[in-house]
Ligand binder design. Sequence first.
Ligand code: I24
Ligand code: DGL
Length: 264
Amino acid sequence: MEAPIGVIDSGVGGLTVVKELLNRLPNEPIVYIGDDARCPYGPRSTQEVRKFTMEMATALSETGIKMLVIACNTATAVALDEVREHFSFPVIGVIVPGARGAVKASKTGDIAVLGTVGTIKSHAYDDAIHALLPSATVHPLACPDFVPIVESGLYKSENASGIVKKGLAGLVVKDFDVAILGCTHYPLLQNHIQAHLPSDVQIISSAVETVSDVECILVSRNIERDDSRRVAPIFYTTGQTEQFLSIVEDWLAIDKPDVRHIIL
Ligand code: I24
Ligand code: DGL
């Protein structure tokens, strides 16, 4: 099938999911919307995040997509059900895949979840984990300082290590063997996060797990693209195209990416 996979996010963070998609499903066309003008979603109300997410899904449905990935954890947590009800194409989020990856990896059933305030407040990860493993113990932790460390570019510096350590302090006495990176930006902090958790804790990235679910849907519905000539992804942003373009170039190593402005 020639129609693209739609991917939506509050900004550029969902590019962590796009990177995995391009690696694992290189023949698939992708159309992305990042709502940079209204990013971050993490501190926003449920109603606002639902409205913004529906606007992005509607815009992509009008361009014609074969399935939709809500790459943003905060948007998945509060808007997945509503988006699913409105559209006939398959819609997946990042939370159930992340929860499944964690449940598979955990030996003890004690699982830590790191995310934005919105994601943690929603209890969406707790619910998804308990649906798969009712005996699980979930240790949720909102890390409101982590997105700003990445977006300021500070994530590569030594300062980031101290902020991450402080952010994770709420978990020190907890016993868990798996930690979920329940936010698009946290894979960029993975080394810092690993360094401040006990060394036997396994880290699961929801972005990585989600691509397995995308593949399952494409195969089971027989809607894969069966042409090996690559098609360049299209990126829409509600914000400035220049900065978005340079992040796409840097993160995805795409030369002269197709980045366009969109008004929702
Ligand atoms: N990373 C993210 N968001 C940013 C950023 C960043 N600026 C530098 N880096 N800014 O998210 C958000 C503000 N908008 C304004 C309008 O244009 C787009 C950005 C994480 C992205 C994860 C893929 C650091 C940085 C970078 C390149 C690649 C990765 C990265 F400059 F984290
Ligand atoms: N994309 C968001 C998430 O995964 C992080 C950035 C934001 O708060 O909008 O939760």
